[in-house]
Design a protein around this ligand. Structure first.
Ligand code: MEV
Length: 430
């Protein structure tokens, strides 16, 4: 059984951290090798995209303390932004005191869209398609025998009339497709392309686009956590004050799209970091998240925060989560494979449940900071390290320069350069 609690993880050096991680997750050294090397060989990358000249790395951190549906999980996060991993770990610790995260997913149903143009009467064509629904579904269902064997395949066909558009009315066919543990883009796109001809014959129209929708609102993941109000107290802030501050901060995002965009960006800090670490398509997740946040016609918060009858803080997050564990980069990138192994997930749904939990934890970290001491304090020391590195500091000098800038409350490149010069007696190359 994995334990996601590793004492003083942030204080020990990289090698020791890997050893402790191996122990906590009961993994073999080779399971973690891809994290040390970055995982991907340039030759492998050359098969993934075009015109490859090399690789591009990101830091890979481990968020601790997570408990999702009663199971401890060590959460790999690939992200360049300081504070995200620490924030998620800390909030997961608070959530743990209230039983951790309870997460669920709907069935892994993706939507494929076919645009049907040049119709004499969109309503007549809509009825014809619905009359032929069973045979269209059977045809789509036969496209991917492997997926079908695993329990996936065509599930439903919906026909929407778009009455007004710059080119006049047309039809949109939605093919609902169960993609099981895949992200599903290939399966859905292939099925849509296969149906196009049959749909043209039935409607007498012309099928134009055939492509999945990233607004995957039939493939949702939900997370929920309850934080005992006593756990929220720190410094001069009572638990009640922190709780109410978080709820007020959420209300701002619920009511105002300008704030909701930033609020949801904080959620995506947690979500994307795990999506990237597992080789999934984060642009697809981003597109789905923001479209879902605007589904009522007004862009709003993806999460909710309130209190229960006992006064504890309760958070929820619901969003589309089209991630897979069997295909694409997840399959070919050794670091993505290592990330999946580290979490011990066996299905795409389990992965989705961890990802929304990380999103909710990250959202709470941001709101707690914003509602109390402000975001800069926590950010400053980590930001200072990056500024120190940018100014040419290396090794122990990084901490020294960063600490001095934080003490002075001046975290700027010019000051960092002065300090590097002062401590080393050397001129900094610009
Ligand atoms: C920064 O990356 C994310 C935050 O702006 C999120 C928020 O404001 O809720 C701190």
């Amino acid at each position: 059984m994995t334990s996601s609690r590793i004492a003083e993880f942030y204080k020990i050096d990289l090698e020791e951290r890997r050893a402790r991680l191996m122990e906590a997750a009961q993994l073999a050294p080779e399971d973690l090798t891809p994290f040390t090397t970055g995982g991907l060989a340039p030759e492998a990358a050359d098969h993934m995209i075009e015109n490859v000249v090399g690789l591009y790395s990101l830091p890979l951190g481990i968020a601790l303390n997570f408990q999702v549906n009663g199971r401890d999980v060590l959460v790999p996060m690939a992200i360049e932004e300081p504070s995200v991993v620490a924030g998620a770990s800390f909030m997961a610790k608070l959530a743990r005191a209230g039983g951790g995260f309870q997460a669920t997913t709907t069935e892994p149903h993706m939507i494929g869209q076919l645009q049907v143009l040049d119709l004499a009467n969109v309503h007549v064509a809509q009825l014809s398609l619905l009359e032929h629904k069973e045979e269209l579904l059977a045809e789509a269902d036969s496209v991917d025998p492997v997926l079908k064997k695993l329990g996936g395949g065509a599930r439903n066909l919906e026909v929407r009339v778009i009455s007004e558009s710059p080119i006049g009315p047309f039809l949109v066919v939605h093919l609902i497709y169960d993609v099981r543990d895949a992200m599903g883009a290939n399966a859905v796109n292939t099925a849509c392309e296969r149906l196009a001809h049959h749909i043209e014959i039935i409607t007498g129209g012309r099928v134009h686009l055939r492509i999945l929708s990233n607004l995957a609102d039939h493939r949702l993941a939900q997370a929920r956590c309850t934080i005992p109000v006593s756990e929220l107290a720190f410094g001069d802030f009572s638990g009640e004050k922190v709780r109410d501050g978080i709820i007020e901060a959420w209300a701002f995002a619920a009511a105002d799209p300008y704030r909701a965009a930033t609020h949801n960006k904080g959620i995506m800090n947690g979500v994307d970091a795990v999506v990237v670490a597992t080789g999934n398509d984060w642009r697809a997740i981003e597109a789905g998240a923001h479209a879902y946040a605007a589904r009522s016609g007004r862009y709003t918060s993806l999460s909710t925060w309130g209190k229960d009858a006992d006064g504890n803080l309760v958070g929820t997050l619901e969003m589309p989560m089209a991630v897979g564990i069997v295909g694409g980069a997840t399959k070919v990138h050794p670091a993505a494979q290592a990330a999946v192994r580290l979490m011990g997930v066996k299905t795409a749904s389990e992965l989705a449940e961890i990802i929304v939990s990380a999103g909710l934890a990250q959202n709470m970290a941001a709101l707690r900071a914003l509602a109390t001491e402000g975001i800069q304090r926590g950010h400053m020391s980590l930001h200072a390290r990056q500024v120190a590195i940018a100014a040419g500091a290396t090794g122990e000098l990084i901490e020294k320069v960063a600490a001095q800038m934080v003490t002075e409350k001046v975290v700027r490149i010019d000051r960092a350069e002065e300090l590097v010069k002062e401590y080393t007696g050397k001129q900094v190359n610009k």
